[in-house]
Write a protein of this length. Sequence first.
Lengths: 454, 526
Amino acid sequence: MTTAALSFADHPVLSRFGPLDFRPGKPERYVLENGLTVYMLRDNTLPVVHISAFIRAGNAADLPGKAGIAQMTSYLVKDGGSARYKADEIDRTLEYLGASISGDAFSEETRLDMTALRKDLGKVLDIYADVLISPAFEEEKVKVARDSELEVIRRRNDKPDESAVREAKRVFYGPSHPYGTRTELETVGSITRADLLAFHGAFYRPNNAILAVSGDLPSDEKTLDTLREKFGGWKKAEIAAAVIPPAPELSDRRVYFIDKKVPQAFLVVMQKGTDYLDPDNYPLAVMTDILGGGFQSRLFREVRTARGLAYSVYSANARRRNGGFLFSYCGTKPETYSQALSEMLRQLELAGSAAPAADEVSRSKGSIVNPFVFKFATPHKLVSERALEELYGFKPGYLDSFVADVSAVSAADALKAGKKYFDPSKAVIFVIGDKSKFDRPLSEFGPVTELKED
Amino acid sequence: MNLSAFLPGLLLLAAPLSAGAHDAGALGKLGATVETDPKYPPVVSHTLKNGLKVLILEKKFAPTVSFAMTFKVGNVDCPSGKTGLAHVFEHMAFKGTKTMNTRNYAKEKKVLDRIERTARELIGEEARGDAADKARVDELTKRLTALEKEAGELSVSGEFFGTYEKLGANGLNAATAVDYTVYQVSLPADRAEAWMIMESDRFKNPVLREFYKERSVIMEELRMGESKPGNILFENLSAAAFKAHPYHNPTIGWMDDLKKLTRTDAEEFYARFYVPNNATLAIVGDVDAAEMLRMTEKYFGDWKKGELPSDAYTVEPEQNAERRVNVFFDAQPAFYMGFHNPGEAHPDTPALIMLSEVLSNGKTGRFYRNLVEGKNLALYAGSHHSLPGSRYPSLFLVVGYPRAPHTAAALEAAVWEELDAVKKTPPTEWELEKIINNYEAEMVRGLENDLNFAKNLSHNDRIMGDWKYDWALLERLKRVKPADVSAAAGKYLTRSNYTIVSLAPAAAGDGAPHASPSPAGGKAGE
């Protein structure tokens, strides 16, 4: 190859691969008498069984003054023992068998995962059901968990890159909004066994949960019999879902800053995003990907590849049940931070004003649609995605038509979404970095509020 | 902080993946062998004439395929004064080839060569430090910027990435460690041939364009690491515990070395180590093994093998000292402890693995039971039998994060009490059985994630010498007796083989030096 430009994209084999025709499988769905929904997929490739319970209550359901309770509850249902099993006995049994039960709380949901070898399923499932339905929250274990969470709070500023995103959310939503709040020594310190029992009683109910079950199981009928036996006694109750106020409407650009002697400056630009069910999500996903979604996105190309200003630079839409946020992130050396921040703002401006090129749209659509299959790469991923599809309240068939819905996005649609959401004149900019090394004053980017790290 | 992420991912014990599905005739004609012992998954193995080792596991659930290519080249293999070069090359391997990322390679090459000459002059001038001619530095910098712009117009920046993303790549990445470099990606299974085209071209014909810009990106990666307490602790531990062996150096490289690296350095490094006889490719997923072998032959068959240099680097001398480092940094207290271990193949290693697991495996492990609960001293304490690597004797690592108001010194003393307790009293049968059960369960679960399994196969084959390494290790672990664990603790976890790096708040670095924290529990040091 010496003279004429041969586009690699025209490679005779590579150009053969267009959009992937993939539809996710449909596991069986059952509803038990007490309202517990079950997605089930048997697969005997490996002698393993996975179960996940998804509970409709996450960190956004934390009660006022008790920030951290969803998280602590998610850990302690297993770590604090249950009606029939002492906590230490649970750990000894599970760890001896190489099995695991572990909980975690996310913004909108809590999940409790179980993994066991097929031969141990009876024993492990019995513990799993008992901790999910009847946790004991043993006082000593509550104290250990609380002490750990308090220490995590003391250490929360050790990683300034994570602090920058957390604090940006806090000023964007306001510190008392469920999506803006953070745990504090006082809130975690005040969480008692009684609080945990109340939180569990309010949300951990069969009619507020979905079970995803997969792996080396006997027939559906036998498995259902077992699930009825283990979970049938779980009592349903009326659920008072957490109330989430809408995200704030920004009318201008504000800069917040924490001075800290670290080798990089951490930059976050945050704006209003979307709900899970917003029809704008398809074009917005394409536009967000074009802006900062991958190795070929504009932010990556301009800030990293072309200018060498950053290793980590990206943008994302963090959807929520009610009022998510869009953000762009960059870690860069303080001596040239203003170049990186200017470029981020310029790209946000462009994303909100100019139609993307046809090849950008087609690359982004490919990079969203073609890897979609990987969300369903294992039996448990498949049942979990189906459970979440229902938990988040997506329209029926959301996953089935996802590929078609993204494929239908045009450049004009992407621009329309870009215009609606990307406007750097209405944004929170949060910066953590060493002011003494900044090449330009931050005030060039908007009125600055300097905060103290706490 | 989760050290279990560092544990060697262990594989399957008795997979019901069917070995009968293969077209044994077709595989035989291609010279491949199929593992038929039901103890192992039915992996297809073949070595091309040029030495490239290929391992394939057919596995059907979703229509996907995962690829991992491991090269036995890491930071230890970087020439003196060129630390970080292995990682720099890994970044450059995403910059395209003579046909990818270019509009006209013949024209582009001329500009790239001028860039290289200018950059080398600039680096030479800058290396003079304060004596450097500022005007000349400015002039060369300007010239370099102009040339890079000119080269940019002849290239298609990001085409390699973009092509993969559009194809539907998942987990597209590469990683450089002290011992190895791995390139990984998963794709929808129908486009396996695209992988063959892209990867064979990148390893046969790489063009290291945008070198000096990418070097700046890597300098940002270094600064990012210098902002993270865990990174700082580990880097200081390696640098203090290893005086002579190249495990001394951080994988990202020393900043001053990065400033002096040239594209020519990276090209020489590539020519020496990126040869097919230094690599193992693993393919796992919904593919036909015979078809994959035919494609591998077609696309990688003409890749030229090379002679590999000796990797007998300076052996670390016996430590015979306690080394104590206090790093001043604006973060809460924490420490990393390291003890030299005898290397992966040594007969004591299975006992050291058991020791590490007895100390820190789960909530029934001793650190959690006695330090997080019990004495209530720690947020977290963990261990690993061998970091940063496995090609050479490495470090038995213990990390501790005290819980306020308890101090790092108090936690250090309590850790020593645990270490001494194991030396005196062997662990129980229950503690060892638990570990074996955990390894066996993990070997089954390791097969669930295709990309991780591919990485494991290629790593074990190329670095540990056998894709069945984990099964062999399990047998070695089963032979460990409780008394062996105590003996190994007594032999290696000693004061004269001990390095500890502690993080202290930045303010502690001002003023007169304090007496070093008293090593309570000090009777351990024989």
